[in-house]
Design a protein around this ligand. Structure first.
Ligand code: DOR
Ligand code: ZN
Length: 412
């Protein structure tokens, strides 16, 4: 394969050097080449939360995990919901992102500001949190057509926080599945007349939530921790397994595993916090599980165990997220395709060890687990970013809209 300016220009049999092109690859020598993985739900933190993670450490961790493009969440400090914080955040991403990037902005019910923010090249859409549900009626009136809304679907009226560390292992009772179902129902009602906006439910924790989202015409993702971990792990690991929505009972986890065919995407919800914060008592520590470096291996292990095929995995982790984000010419190897690929060895054993993490959050609820499936190379627009456990330092991330243009330009 030969690439020029991030796009495949020809696919060669045998290998020869051609002057004036960016890269020559024989992807098959590296492993199995899959469409470039996209994680459309990460928390890169940065700004005043850089002690937890920043745009550089988070996107290198992404490349190591096989992700060629990530989409960041707005719950930083300051919260990204006005032009000033958006500009600061974009500047940091422009400067430090190692892989391609987009970001979601927070809810702002000033129509003019909302529209201005949505026009920024890196902006992929709006993230709706439980505390934003009171603004849904206004939002349904002002949100521009074609906008992607990504929703943390837990209805605020049905969730509470335990004020005792005794709740360890039982947080699911304080934030039940019914909160997810009610949130999805309310969204469907509020946006019933807005078939021109795209609604995506993120981190669904149960088969029932997935079915409700699909019935409402939404797309939906889940995360590796809802497939691997349960309330028993929360009991065992405490803060390291504290996450929102919470880990559920083993039965729910099993049902979700068997419903993967209904899901549109896998996201990591990589949510780094400092080890000091995670060492607080259970009812005081922040929620969130960092997993971007191990998510692909965890998902490949599920392929090995027969829960899904490699093809379905490519849809969940690349093709469908690309479609949801509006990326064309993605995941193909022919002239005109955007040349981002994730190369894997589906059988190679990997021992999960947070000591090797490049994320600042160097702990993991999966510590010591041995899974089958490794990242052999992460190639971003024809440039190797991570090959054979080495960061090449050759790549610099570009915003989502620029990546989109590559596909469109190539079509002309
Ligand atoms: O567990 C979570 N952590 N859930 C969220 O919705 C936010 C995230 C974070 O930002 O830490
Ligand atoms: Zn999140």
């Amino acid at each position: 394969m030969v690439t020029y300016r991030g796009v495949v220009v020809s696919v060669l049999k045998g290998f020869q050097r051609i002057e004036g092109v960016d890269a020559h690859f024989d992807l098959s020598k590296l492993g199995i080449a899959l469409p470039g993985f996209i994680d459309m739900h990460v928390h890169l933190r940065g700004l005043e939360l850089s002690y937890k993670e920043d745009e550089y450490s988070g996107t290198r961790a992404a490349a190591k995990g096989g992700f060629t493009l990530v989409v960041d969440m707005p719950n930083t400090k300051p919260f990204v919901r006005d032009l000033e914080s958006l500009r600061m955040k974009i500047e940091a991403l422009e400067r430090y992102s190692y892989v391609d990037y987009g970001l979601f902005i927070g809810v702002n019910i000033d129509q003019h500001q909302l529209e201005s923010m949505l026009r920024y090249p890196a902006v992929a859409g709006i993230k709706i949190y439980p505390e934003d549900f009171e603004h849904l009626p206004q939002l349904a009136r002002i949100v521009p057509r074609g906008t992607l809304l990504v929703v943390h679907a837990e209805h605020p009226s049905l969730i509470s926080e335990p004020d005792t560390a005794e709740a360890r292992g039982y947080r699911y009772a304080y934030r039940p599945i019914e909160a997810e179902l009610l949130a999805i129902e309310e969204l469907a009602k509020m946006f019933a007349s807005r078939s021109d906006v795209k609604i995506h439910i993120t981190h669904a924790t149960s088969r029932l939530s997935v079915i409700a989202a699909k019935k409402a015409g939404f797309t939906v993702d889940t995360c590796p921790h809802y497939l691997y971990l349960t309330c028993r792990d929360e009991e065992r690991l405490g803060c390291l397994a504290k996450v929102n929505p919470p880990l559920r009972e083993p039965e729910t986890n099993k049902e979700l595993l068997n419903a993967l065919h209904l899901v549109d995407a896998i996201t990591t919800d990589h949510a780094p916090h400092s080890l000091e914060e995670k060492s607080l008592p259970f009812n005081e520590c922040p929620s969130g599980i960092p997993s971007i470096e191990v998510a692909t291996s965890l998902m490949l292990e599920l392929v090995n165990r027969g829960f899904l095929t490699l093809t379905k995995l490519a849809y969940l982790m690349s093709m469908n997220p690309a479609k949801i984000l509006g990326l064309d010419r993605w995941g193909c190897i022919e002239p005109g395709c955007i040349a981002s690929y994730t190369v894997i060895d589906p059988r190679k054993e990997v021992r999960i060890s947070s000591e090797s993490f490049v994320s600042k959050a160097r702990y993991s609820p999966y510590e010591g687990m041995v899974v089958r499936g490794s990242i052999e190379a992460t190639i971003v627009r024809g440039i190797p970013a991570y090959v054979d456990e080495v960061f090449t330092e050759l790549v610099h991330g570009i915003p989502l809209s620029e990546v989109k243009k590559l596909g469109l330009e190539a079509e002309r």
